[in-house]
Write a protein that binds this ligand. Sequence first.
Ligand SMILES: [Cu+2]
Length: 152
Amino acid sequence: MHIKHLIALGLALPCLAFAGAGNSVSAGNPHVRQPPPNAPAAGAFMTLRNTGATEVRLVAASSPAAGRAELHTHRHEDGMMKMRRIEAIAIRAGGEAVLQPGGLHVMLMDLKSPLGEGDVVPLELQFDDGSSLRVDAPVVRPATGMQGAGGH
Ligand SMILES: [Cu+2]
């Protein structure tokens, strides 16, 4: 409970607090989709914005809530959507990469405890320019009715 309380306070601070770390990438609307009960993995989503003059690639992620984290995308194969591990997610200079259900995401594997709505998952994102970004991603319940809202 105390941890949750502290995290709630942290969320109240503007994300700009992270901008001073010499990092050209920021994360908007980070969230983790609440997985089904007993699911070993959960997807983390956000919009990564690169305000720098060169492309930056997200190359790794980690979280204390998960044994490991992988970068994934979804691809149509044989008429089915399948998740595939990818090496990196590129964010072009002045552009953004959208991590959303059905597309790019950070896959949290080997979850250490069940994730409930209102929990906040800390994520550490590592980029190919040597920088890293700490993101607090609240757990949200997937709204089936909104599935297409973030898509194309
Ligand atoms: Cu995945």
